[in-house]
Design a protein around this ligand. Structure first.
Ligand SMILES: Nc1nc2c(c(=O)[nH]1)N[C@H]1C(S)=C(S)[C@@H](COP(=O)(O)OP(=O)(O)OC[C@H]3O[C@@H](n4cnc5c(=O)[nH]c(N)nc54)[C@H](O)[C@@H]3O)O[C@H]1N2
Ligand SMILES: Nc1nc2c(c(=O)[nH]1)N[C@H]1C(S)=C(S)[C@@H](COP(=O)(O)OP(=O)(O)OC[C@H]3O[C@@H](n4cnc5c(=O)[nH]c(N)nc54)[C@H](O)[C@@H]3O)O[C@H]1N2
Ligand SMILES: [Mo]
Length: 750
């Protein structure tokens, strides 16, 4: 070691799992897998380079045009002026105060969506929301980009909060292993995505379960555009994207017309089949939803649909639906229709049967633990009642004061003058980034906390440098994991970075809300008190958690909260006695027809599930845009995090575009060649990966690259969101429609 300092090794946790970190002096030099993890992810390998990267924000910075004349244009192109902390905090506090006095707190958008870091106290969204609540409130957002549409529709169908359904009720892996004979996976189940789980995941189990399923002889069918969405060895029913509802209807048609419907289950546990049946059989619209009808829509063989339907009706079948299916226009429909199909099969409430959502989307789904409460940094109460659906931010900025519909409500978009963002990267995650870039020029002021100069930081007026989890102490724990971590401070803050908490404390003090925000506590005090509360709540549930000093000394512990053996079956008590254990729907039953949704009068989400083609799909392909683009999550990292270091790896950028050999040949594209992916909204570079694991007519470009082109002509790194469509899933869900996009691909000469 050059400076003679010693090498230390400690464990920390992250959204992608626990790992060992080697530190020499002030630098992270290496990472290694956590010994107890059967399938450790490769993601931590790029961490040392990212933490010490030249793209770290070193000092508080203010955009020159804003500092000098409050000009709003120049976001993304202006240079920045570095200022001392006190000066920058004074300016930011003065501006927040001006906006709240001149326009009210309804003019401050603090939705601040994004994953930020794992760690219970330094959770950026909790920090920003608490701060804004202490100074009079902010416009908030509903739901997530992940599941916003499902969070709106599924409570109408099952009467349960969607996330509770996923995390607390769905069948566990062991139950599936023991009972499921046929696993039908719409959108697959991918261990690549299960690497990640919010708040942390220590033992990555998904791949191991699939090895056991295969050994048992379980039939595993992946239904979707990519064979690679499920582990190797699964059957693949290649499907055009966005056509799952048509396929599910055809499966339902076979079941109904061949006398395989479970009438007793429908009568006892559901309402509305009589309203849906005429549509299914074509009595109401003249179009039976038969396999012959669905085949050309889905690009599937009608005989294969019939065979699958018969198999589903005669074996214990679990239908699983990836979150991606509701991240597209009319994403409500496959979600609702999957529930109807499962109800017709009559297996809901039986172990290993029925329907489940988001297995594999994050690694925690399918694990079952005793849920422990606590360790949540209180956000306080928001005096402002205005909430927008999270993915409607572009619409909000473009249409201040204009009415819009959302899940039975109608109201105006707020008129936003100040945006506050901490812990997210909208210029990675939002759809149609060139349009967002234009709308982003509207607000008077944009404040961002970031460790790195992301495209969002570059489009802010005031940037405060934030620490990463490796530069501060925290506690790592998740309700979907059975490990508990003391996350030590591994290295000092880089540059002049401060914790989000310290930045907000500085602003709150200037705005007369210091004590309200801090409660008179330091970060260390808070961590200690959150931990002590958690420990006593756990004791009430008979779970022994070590005291803080012991955890700190041990670094991590495994808690005895795993539900061993066969456990948890979704809706089992309801199935046994629907009178005694009714659902939370208006009827107390599974709603195949919903009076409430019908009453909203939305033609884009009527009273029962229907096939509604999105505005962009292969059935609407044009000469200019003949290919369907899906944009899945990246396998080598979490969203846009750590991108700076990954982009430095030779050949890693632009991102790889999966394309079918026939589509590549028709365009003269060879494997590994640079291509241009484009449509009317934008264009980006990508590197072709020619593969028959993707359906013909479909291309896949993962998310995660930093949006790099302020001119909007050719994003050099391959961010798919220059191409995606920024529309709500429907007036009901208003979720993100990222998987709805048609594009063309052409060769790009170097
Ligand atoms: N086309 C397409 N787009 C999509 C999707 C898709 O499927 N297709 N998926 C969508 C989904 S599901 C999601 S969840 C989003 C994800 O989008 P985001 O959650 O916005 O993506 P991240 O890259 O995780 O952004 C987190 C940011 O927080 C910063 N950060 C990390 N730690 C801290 C901290 O302690 N303090 C502060 N202040 N900042 C910190 C990171 O540097 C990073 O810039 O993308 C969405 N976008
Ligand atoms: N490594 C890694 N893992 C992650 C993340 C990450 O950034 N990196 N992000 C996490 C987050 S925030 C989330 S929300 C989850 C998302 O989890 P998901 O939503 O399940 O994942 P996606 O990768 O968006 O999509 C999965 C697959 O769905 C297929 N698909 C797209 N459209 C359709 C369709 O219309 N029908 C069918 N049948 N299939 C379709 C695509 O081929 C795609 O590969 O992943 C999480 N896991
Ligand atoms: Mo997500």
């Amino acid at each position: 070691m050059a400076d003679g300092s010693e090498r230390r090794t400690q464990v920390t946790s992250s959204h992608w799992g626990a790992f060992e970190v080697d530190v020499e002096g002030d630098r992270i030099v290496a990472t290694r897998p956590f010994a107890a993890d059967p399938h450790p992810p490769a993601i931590p390998a790029i961490l040392p380079a990212a933490v010490h990267h030249s793209s770290r924000v070193q000092r508080p910075a203010i955009r020159r045009g804003w500092l000098e004349t409050r000009r709003r244009d120049g976001r993304g192109s202006d240079d920045f002026v570095a200022l001392p902390w006190d000066e920058a905090l004074d300016i930011a506090a003065g501006e927040i105060d001006r906006v709240r006095k001149a326009h009210g707190n309804e003019a401050i958008f603090g939705g601040s969506y994004g994953w930020g870091s794992a760690g219970r106290f330094h959770h950026a969204q909790s920090q920003v929301h608490r701060f804004l609540n202490c100074i009079g409130g902010y416009v908030a957002s509903f739901g997530s980009y992940s599941t916003g549409c499902a969070q709106a529709i599924m409570p109408h169908v099952f009467g349960v909060d969607f996330l509770k359904l996923l995390y607390e009720h769905q069948d566990g892996w062991q139950v599936i292993h023991d009972h499921t004979e046929t696993l039908v996976m719409f959108g697959g189940i991918n261990p690549k995505n299960a690497q990640v789980s919010m708040g942390g995941i220590t033992e990555h189990e998904t791949a191991g379960w699939f090895e056991k399923f295969a050994a048992k002889g379980m039939s595993r069918v992946n239904v979707g555009p990519q064979r690679s969405d499920a582990p190797e060895g699964c059957d693949w029913l290649p499907l055009r994207p966005a056509t799952d509802t048509a396929l599910m209807l055809a499966l339902a048609y076979v079941i109904e017309t061949e006398g395989l419907t479970d009438r007793d289950f429908l009568a006892r546990c559901t309402v509305g089949f009589d309203c849906f049946r005429p549509y299914l059989l074509g009595e109401s619209d003249g179009q039976p939803k038969s396999p012959d009808w669905a085949g050309p829509i889905c690009g599937a063989d009608p005989e294969a649909i019939r065979a699958l339907a018969r198999r589903m009706a005669t074996t214990r079948t679990l239908i699983t639906v990836a979150w991606s299916l509701q991240r597209g226009e009319h994403g409500e429909q496959p979600y609702w229709m999957s529930a109807v199909l499962a109800a017709m099969l009559g297996q809901i409430g039986l172990p290993g049967g029925g329907v489940g959502y988001g297995y594999g989307a994050i690694g925690g789904v399918g694990k079952s633990f005793k849920g422990l409460r606590g360790m949540t940094f209180s956000q306080g109460r928001n005096p402002v009642r205005t909430v927008i659906p999270v993915a409607r931010i572009g619409d909000m900025l473009r249409n201040p004061g204009q009415p819009y519909d959302f899940n039975g409500r109608r109201g105006p978009y707020p008129d936003i003058r100040l945006i506050y963002w901490a812990g997210g990267n909208p210029f990675h995650h939002h759809q149609d980034l060139n349009a967002l870039h234009a709308a982003w020029q509207g607000p008077e002021t944009i404040i961002v906390h970031e460790p790195w100069w992301t495209p969002t930081a570059k489009r802010a007026d005031i940037v405060f440098p934030a620490t990463t989890p490796y530069e501060r102490e925290d506690i790592g724990r998740s309700n979907l994991d059975d490990y508990l971590f003391h996350m030590p401070q591994l290295v000092p803050p880089q540059g002049e970075a401060r914790d989000d908490y310290a930045i907000f404390a500085g602003l709150a003090e200037r705005l007369g809300a210091g004590p309200a925000f801090t409660g008179g506590r330091s970060a260390a005090d808070w961590i200690r008190s959150l931990y002590d509360d958690y420990r006593s709540l756990a004791a009430e549930q008979d779970v022994e958690v070590p005291d803080f000093e012991t955890l700190k000394a041990r670094n991590w512990v495994r808690l005895p909260i795993r539900a061993e053996g066969p456990n948890r079956t979704l809706f089992a008590p309801f199935r046994t006695d629907p009178e005694a254990a009714p659902l939370g729907t208006p009827s107390g039953r599974i709603e195949i027809f919903s009076d409430r949704i019908d009453g909203f009068g939305y033609d884009d989400c009527p009273g029962h599930p229907v096939w509604l083609p999105p505005r962009e799909w292969l059935g609407a392909a044009t000469e200019a845009t003949p290919l369907h683009l899906v944009s899945p999550q990246p396998g080598d990292k979490l969203h846009s995090q750590l991108e700076c270091a990954l982009a430095d790896v030779p050949g890693a950028r632009p991102v790889t575009l999966a394309i079918h050999p026939a589509d590549a040949a028709a365009r003269g594209i060879g494997d590994g060649e640079l291509v241009r992916v484009f449509n009317g909204r934008g264009a980006c570079r990508a590197r072709a990966r020619v593969s028959d694991a993707i359906r013909e007519g479909v291309v896949a470009l993962p998310t995660g690259a930093w949006f790099g082109d302020p001119g909007g002509n050719l994003d050099p790194h391959g961010n798919p969101n220059v191409l995606t469509l920024d529309v709500g899933t429907s007036r009901l869900g208003q979720g993100c429609s990222a998987h709805t996009a048609l594009v063309e691909v052409g060769r790009l000469e170097d």
